[in-house]
Design a binder for this molecule. Structure first.
Ligand code: GTP
Ligand code: MG
Length: 441
């Protein structure tokens, strides 16, 4: 029986794909091969390129996507390249999809579906899998009707209210129910995460954001000595990985890696990845990774900026990591990019170049707003000791009789939480702490 939850086989692994696009004036960026990115996406999804077909138009034709002439070339181009699938670098309406499929007699998939396909094969955790399924279901919902009219055209459905119509209703209901249950399971996961995060205290946190393949996971690995998955493919990371990073002098921060962005990211995906992107929303600082060796990096950074604004986190302070400085071409661009993106640090996650400077900057940011204190409390007060060690940058710990004395930097909110714990704690501030402490009998 036909699988009703997906209208066609999305997976293009090892399929020969003809790459198509309408090139609108706003779309072709200077110096860019306009089909290069979809070629990269298809390659990442495991497809093989079987030729390209593009048409310059002010905008795609509403009903047929391509103009009449190009539409009539489609079948021949697909045949010439022995293409099994036609991939269109745009989000197609159900009508456009049907028109293109009719014109070439082959499976047609759009940019949305290629990205969903990649996300699906890269989703490793339950949360990522649920998020991808949610995005897919939402994409599918308005397209269910098309699938059934399609079936009828292929020989089914007799009469005005054939089996198709009630079937569409049943399918819609099932899919809506599934979407609801995915949403509630994801909301539950998010709530659990929130509770977990509340325990983190006010530790300074930064989140790596940036275009896919810019080197975010590589930077996390270098900066945090972590083992995030690094791959030369798009959207290798779909989950958030958070690590504690030691910045010296007892100072620590949290550093997270997250899902990469791409131009024209399908909005269902952005919405579905709410939980993953929430990590970035909570950050005190965003570190935008830019692949400075990519001639398209300025346009890529602009689209990242757009996505950050679209998800409401464009205002979080940002620093730029101009990455892959070891690659030819990057060094020449560093100066110009540094002027455009400020503050910026030329770095290489591969060689480690510039990372000390970036870490020092992160250290300054993490230390700003912290209060230098000396805390004296009973050394048997395990709860306070554990909390202080978790949320404060403790640079010195000494014992005086029954007491422990911590020299630490801490943010005011966490200091209040420490004070509120049962038991006694004495506090001396700043450099004066030393003298004050000496005065304690
Ligand atoms: N030459 C060079 N290659 C790098 C550098 N940083 C990362 N790479 C390579 O770039 C590719 C992508 O790196 P990732 O760290 O996976 O990039 P990402 O931004 O996490 O990518 P997604 O998770 O897919 O969004 C890998 O092949 C890395 O080895 C660098 O500084 N120099
Ligand atoms: Mg990554």
């Amino acid at each position: 029986m036909r699988d009703r939850t997906s209208s066609k086989k999305l997976n293009i692994d090892r399929e020969r794909c003809l790459l198509c696009a309408v090139l609108t004036p706003d779309r072709a960026l200077p110096g860019e091969d306009p089909l290069e990115e979809i070629a990269r996406l298809v390659d990442t999804a495991g497809g093989d390129e079987a030729g390209r077909l593009a048409q310059r138009l002010d905008r795609p034709i509403a009903k047929t996507y391509f103009g009449k002439g190009k539409l009539s070339e489609l079948a021949a181009a697909a045949a010439a390249g022995r293409a099994e699938t036609v991939v269109v670098d745009d989000d197609l309406s159900p009508k456009q999809l049907s028109a293109l499929e009719d014109a070439c007699g082959r499976k047609v998939i759009d940019r949305n579906e290629v990205i969903l396909d990649i996300f699906q094969s890269n989703a490793r955790t339950r949360q990522a899998q649920l998020q991808v399924e949610l995005a897919q279901s939402q994409y599918e919902l308005p397209r269910l009707a098309r699938k059934w009219t399609h079936l009828e055209r292929l020989g089914g459905g007799i009469g005005t209210r054939g089996p198709g119509e009630s079937q569409i209703e049943t399918d819609r209901r099932l899919l809506r129910r599934r979407i609801q249950s995915l949403k509630s399971e994801l909301a539950g996961m998010e709530a659990r995460k929130e509770r977990e995060l509340a325990g983190r205290g006010g530790l300074f946190s930064a989140c790596l954001v940036g275009y896919t393949n810019a080197g975010k996971s590589s930077l996390l690995n270098r900066l945090a000595n972590a083992d995030a998955l690094v791959e030369d493919r798009l959207f290798a990371t779909l989950d958030t990985l958070t690590r504690r990073v030691a910045l010296g002098d007892g100072l620590e921060m949290l550093l997270s890696d997250t899902v990469g962005f791409i131009r024209r990211l399908p909005h269902h995906l952005v919405a579905s990845f709410h939980a993953t992107l929430a990590e970035a929303a909570r950050a005190d600082l965003l570190i935008q990774a830019i692949d400075a060796s990519d001639p398209m990096c300025v346009a890529q950074a602009a689209s990242v900026d757009e996505t950050l604004r679209a998800i409401g986190i464009g205002d979080i302070p940002r620093v730029h990591a101009l990455n892959k400085m070891d690659r030819p071409g990057a060094a020449g661009l560093a100066e110009a990019l540094g002027r455009k993106f400020s503050p910026a640090f030329p770095v290489s996650a591969r060689t480690g170049q510039g990372l000390a400077e970036l870490s020092a900057y992160l250290g300054e940011r993490a230390a700003a707003g912290l209060r230098q204190v000396r805390l004296r409390f009973n050394s048997g007060d395990g709860r306070r000791l554990a909390m202080a060690s978790a949320v404060a940058a403790v640079s010195d710990r000494t014992y005086d009789g029954p007491d422990v004395i911590l020299t630490a930097r801490i943010n005011p909110a966490d200091l209040e939480r420490l004070k509120r714990l049962p038991g006694r704690m004495r506090l001396e501030r700043g450099a004066a702490g030393q003298a004050a402490l000496a005065a304690i009998p």
